[in-house]
Design a protein around this ligand. Structure first.
Ligand code: FES
Ligand code: FES
Length: 220
């Protein structure tokens, strides 16, 4: 039997997201020098090491980010983007990097309630802000109909752009729970799919809107 492609399901998406969130480190296990890999007990020891041994290099910064409701203490190179920190320091690989120049939307996250391109932001700029990623959305039961309809309507081919679309859709539905097709297409206009799935996104979102409205009226 030839290899069958694995069809995305609500359950597989939620399980993967839950596993990633459970594994997200809330503070670094070791403080290691990104240049020479020496390990230290504290951030101040690392800073002293930089001053002594790498005086010409930009020293790492200690920052705190609020990601999906969790407070994460990080020691990062200050030139890293939010996208890079989510992936390399927190293990959250949902946001994707397709263009790395703010043109495709595949790296979209939500910052303080608004969609934002994580490839275009320094992580250090995001201190004190609320950062929401596709993983946080995928584990929230409220958004199950949205993910389910994405799976049902096959609003993905390679899937690389899909997390960015989902995050933009969630940000739209937060501010407008009953959007028209025009409003959906407008909200997703910063997201690009090179596989040509664009028309299926509005279909999936419109169906999700109906299901979510039915849930709300059922629950009073
Ligand atoms: S990777 Fe960020 S907009 Fe394309
Ligand atoms: S599904 Fe492949 S880029 Fe959108």
């Amino acid at each position: 039997m030839p290899n069958q492609p694995t069809r995305a399901t609500l359950q597989s998406a939620s399980e993967q997201a839950a596993a990633a969130l459970a594994a997200m480190p809330l503070r670094p296990e070791v403080v290691s020098c990104p240049l020479c890999s020496r390990q230290f007990l504290t951030y101040s020891e690392l800073s002293e090491h930089y001053a002594a041994d790498h005086a010409d290099s930009v020293a790492p910064a200690a920052i705190t980010l609020n990601v999906n409701g969790k407070t994460c203490e990080l020691i990062i190179e200050p030139y890293l983007t939010l996208k890079q920190v989510l992936q390399f320091h927190l293990g959250l690989i949902g946001a994707k990097e397709m263009c790395d120049r703010g043109a495709c939307g595949s790296c979209t996250v939500i910052i303080n309630g608004k969609p934002a391109l994580s490839c275009n932001l320094l992580a250090a700029e995001c201190e004190g802000k609320s950062i929401e990623t596709v993983e946080g959305i995928a584990v929230n039961p409220r958004w199950r109909p949205l993910i389910d309809q994405y799976c049902k309507w096959d609003a993905m081919q390679c899937g690389y752009c899909t997390p960015g679309f989902l995050v933009s859709a969630k940000a739209l539905l937060d501010r407008n729970p009953t959007p028209t097709e025009y409003e959906i297409n407008d909200a997703l206009s910063g997201n690009i799919c090179i596989c040509g799935t664009q028309p299926r996104h509005s279909q999936a979102i419109l169906e999700a809107v109906k299901l979510m409205a039915a849930e709300v009226s059922e629950n009073g």
